[in-house]
Design a protein around this ligand. Structure first.
Ligand code: FA5
Length: 416
């Protein structure tokens, strides 16, 4: 039979060539000649198999597979042999060469901001809870006292998911605010409530320096007996000071939200103007009724802050779009940072994982680190700063520059 004869020839030629190959390149040539997908001799064998009478096909087909596998195996064995001998002939690893330093990633500035928000609110006794990003209209609107004909439900102002319906048959959308988590929390727990929820929200807003169509909010909710607006104002003031520093100026402006009464907008001073960073107010009695709370027994306040806006102010970023362009030249700036504030004989520090101080120094100077800190945890940061006794030693250690009148002043770390 012509095909079987051709198989025998194929296998003896292939084996001889494999034997003869002495380098990896030669072996690769052999593989291409015999098993190459395009023009390898195996293609001819395949044509022969296709041409044999039907009753002979099982025998010829089986033999074809055996032949091809045998050649493939021999090629692999020879490849292994040649690779190990070529490795052995390579020069030994040179221990004197400098090491390759690994590229270390860093936390995105928005993620860093979220961590610090959690930490600060944790200190105020607020538990962190989560909520879904895909919501139904009960949680995004109805229970928040936003009736069906309210303009906030307009399809032009929300990302509705056309193909989906909620269990109740109502529309489903990407949540436009984290206030949804207020409802979910109160539905599942009895007062008192003291929570924050941080996460993404979505709005078809036109992108500009302070608006994005996806951004993050921190929702806060406190429900108890005799809760007052003064407590809300105090909390937001303390929060802003803890995050942005004691010198920050914030103001409340009367406003309207369907789920709070009275309501305010919260602004922070940005250069010579004010930037809106959030909304807040006393929880509307209709919201309490919607979740089964008695508005005569409990009162509460709620707030929703734009996380990017705080992050922009904190890191002095002038355009929100930079956070989402994935430009490493921009993002790398936030990999490591440590701000040292020098005041008389004291150093007050802020690191990228924690704030070590909260006092207002009389005279402050900021130092930006050019090289990574050795440790990033709070304690390690405290410890490494504690070891630093003078400004010149800080400069030496972190390769940072210091300008201004404090240049050569002695300083000691002052734990608070
Ligand atoms: C709300 O979203 C309310 N849910 C806040 C609230 C919660 C009020 C609880 C009362 C009680 P507003 O639409 O104003 O409110 O958004 C809150 C903050 O999110 C704004 O102040 C702003 O800082 C930020 N923000 C709003 N839209 C954008 C956007 N497109 N891009 C970036 N940040 C935004």
């Amino acid at each position: 039979m012509e095909a079987l004869k051709a198989f025998d020839e194929f296998i003896s030629d292939a084996m001889a060539s494999i034997d003869k190959a002495t380098t990896l390149d030669e072996l690769e040539q052999v593989r291409i000649t015999f098993l190459g997908q395009k023009n390898g001799r195996v293609r001819h064998l395949q044509t022969l198999v296709g041409g044999v009478p039907r009753e002979e096909k099982p025998v010829v087909g089986k033999r074809f597979n055996e032949v091809r596998n045998q050649v493939t195996e021999s090629l692999e064995k020879k490849l292994e042999k040649l690779s190990s001998s070529s490795k052995a002939s390579e020069p030994e690893f040179d221990l004197t060469l400098p090491g390759v330093s690994p590229r270390i990633g860093g936390l995105h500035p928005v993620t860093q901001t979220i961590s610090r928000f959690r930490e600060i609110m944790g200190r105020f006794g607020f538990e962190v809870v989560e909520g879904p990003e895909i919501e139904d209209d009960r949680h995004n609107f109805e229970a928040l006292n936003i009736p069906e004909d309210h303009p906030a439900r307009d399809p032009l102002d929300n990302f509705y998911i056309a193909a989906a319906r909620s269990c109740s048959g109502g529309p489903v959308l990407l949540r436009s605010q984290t206030s949804t988590v207020q409802i979910r929390t109160m539905e599942n727990s009895k007062p008192p409530v003291r929570i924050v929820s941080l996460g993404r929200v979505y709005r078809p807003d036109t992108m500009d320096a302070t608006h994005s169509c996806m951004f993050h909010q921190m929702e806060g909710l406190l429900v108890d007996e005799h809760v007052t607006m003064a407590q809300l104002k105090t909390l937001l003031n303390l929060f802003a000071r803890s995050f942005l520093g004691p010198e920050v100026q914030i103001r409340f402006r009367p406003s309207f939200f369907p789920f709070t009464e009275p309501s305010v907008e919260v602004d922070v001073k940005w250069g010579d103007s004010w930037m809106e960073i959030g909304g807040a107010g006393m929880v509307d009695p209709n919201v309490f009724r919607a979740v089964g709370y008695d508005p005569h027994k409990v009162s509460g306040f709620a707030f929703g802050l734009g996380i990017e806006r705080f992050c922009m102010k904190h890191f002095e970023v002038d355009d929100i779009r930079r956070f989402y362009e994935n430009d490493l030249r921009f993002l790398k700036q936030f990999q490591y940072w440590l701000t040292l504030r020098l005041s008389n004989n004291r150093i007050l520090t802020q690191g990228n994982t924690s704030t070590v101080d909260s006092e207002r120094p009389a005279d402050t100077t900021r130092i930006r680190c050019k090289t990574p800190l050795m440790h990033s945890t709070t304690n390690a940061l405290r410890e490494s700063v504690r070891q630093i006794q003078t400004v010149s030693r800080i400069q030496e250690r972190y390769h940072c520059s210091l300008s201004g009148p404090l240049q050569n002043r002695h300083a000691t770390f002052c734990p608070t």
